[in-house]
Design a protein around this ligand. Structure first.
Ligand code: ATP
Ligand code: MG
Length: 408
């Protein structure tokens, strides 16, 4: 089996370990990259750990292109044959005071200390060609069994860093692994620490969980550990939809929208705000929800209107309905047809743009979007109206009427 791993580790990684060993140090492949290799998946990046200090690493790799990525945390990135390899000095974390950031990191020459501070057994193995697989916590067995298990005492590890609770759910979703009983119980017992994790990190983990191949597994664990309110606040999760999530493309907005369909737009916006989602993310979710809640178009005319109004979201809206069991075949065909043959006018295909409205007609920036939407409405009724002079004429008329209202 070990030779198996050796065959799967790329030469450019072995080279870096070699250089460290020839300088009298040790280097091991660790973390997610080793886990993924053992699972037969292609790692997206390669992390090494070493007993050499960051200063020593810089010296040893003086002939390589080196990026001092995070020297304070002991990380140096070395380019090996053009591939970035992160080399981090064995670390022990200091005290965790705020459920998240260790107060200090200190470096250690002992690999076992470094592996002990890692979150889950499947993430806490190390490998080098000379020493083979180093697996102090039976990570290999857990990989085979499909189990996420905390290294050491789960409650203690989650108290140190509550982000690990969310990572457990996320890995469960990404790997399609069950969370081991004591680990799940530990997460539940210490879940209050999640209140101190920044919204940005919670949101990032949520997106990774939702877009994972076994998203429902991660969400079920989130519910089982009673952690819903730390991620979704007041939103009530519709558990009967979990299993349909993965029928949707792996887009976080779309999958979140499926869970939220039926909630008030104001509640959806509030959730997005609390998660510190970007405006673009929030608007996309809201558009999807609006599109999915409209009556299904039954003819080309309605399809044109629907596509014009929800351009970015109409296809997603159809997918959402489909996920909930609605037959959208005919409506989707109608919409695809009008989108494809150009009879529905997308906002960016309007014959005028916002800048022109502002410069030529003095439309205020805050009102530009609304004006464009009106002009688009005018075109879905008759796509032949999408001519610059016609649209300018219409916009001028609207502005003139508004002035009359104000003056009269
Ligand atoms: P992926 O990159 O696919 O998300 P990964 O396992 O590589 O998965 P990273 O966040 O890149 O995850 O972290 C690399 C390794 O560092 C992990 O495998 C784990 O050993 C360790 N690690 C990361 N975050 C933590 C944490 N919060 N607590 C303990 N160990 C951690
Ligand atoms: Mg990684």
């Amino acid at each position: 089996m070990e030779t198996d791993i050796a065959a799967r580790v790329p030469q450019f990684v072995k080279t870096v370990i070699d250089v460290l060993e020839r300088a009298g140090h040790r280097g091991y492949l660790v973390g997610g990259s080793l886990r993924d290799l053992l699972l037969g998946k292609a790692p997206h990046d390669f992390d090494l750990t070493t007993d050499a200090t960051p200063g020593e690493v810089l010296e040893i790799f003086r002939d390589f292109r080196v990026i001092p990525t995070g020297l304070r945390h002991g990380t140096v990135t070395v380019l090996s044959d053009g591939n970035p390899i992160e080399i981090t000095t064995h670390r022990v974390d200091g005290d965790y005071l705020d459920s998240r950031r260790p107060e200090s990191v200190s470096f250690t020459r002992r690999l076992s200390d470094d592996l002990s501070r890692r979150d889950f057994t499947v993430n806490a193995m190390a490998w080098s060609e000379s020493e083979g697989l180093i697996d102090l916590f039976s990570g290999r067995e857990d990989l085979k069994k499909g189990i996420i298990r905390a290294v050491g005492n789960p409650a203690a590890r989650f108290t140190e860093d509550a982000l690990r609770i969310l990572r457990a759910f996320r890995f469960s979703a990404q790997l399609d692994f069950a969370i081991e009983e004591k680990t799940l119980a530990g997460a539940k017992a210490t879940r209050e620490g999640l209140a101190r994790i920044s919204a940005e990190r919670v949101f990032a983990e949520l997106c990774r969980l939702l877009t994972a191949a076994a998203a429902q597994k991660g969400l079920n664990a989130l519910v089982a550990a009673d952690c819903v309110r730390y991620v979704f606040f007041d939103t009530v999760l519709r558990e009967n939809r979990f299993h349909t999530l993965t029928t949707l493309p792996a887009e976080p907005e779309l999958r979140l929208a499926l869970l939220l369909l039926g909630d008030e737009p104001s509640a959806v916006r509030q959730l997005c705000r609390r998660l510190k989602a970007s405006n673009a993310f929030t608007e996309k979710v809201c558009d999807l929800l609006l599109a999915a809640a409209e009556p299904l178009p039954t003819n080309l005319y309605e399809a044109r209107r629907h596509v014009c109004r929800y351009w970015q979201a109409f296809a997603g809206g159809m997918l959402l309905r489909q996920a909930l069991g609605e037959d959208v075949t005919k409506a989707a065909e109608l919409c695809q047809a009008v989108a494809k043959n150009g009879t529905a006018i997308e906002l960016r295909r309007l014959a005028v743009n916002g800048k022109e409205l502002q410069e030529r007609l003095g439309v205020l920036p805050v009102r530009t979007g609304e004006m464009l939407a009106r002009l688009q409405d005018f075109c879905w009724q008759d796509p032949a109206r999408n001519k610059k002079n016609k649209l300018i004429e219409l916009a001028t008329e609207i502005i003139g009427r508004e002035k009359d209202f104000i003056n009269g």
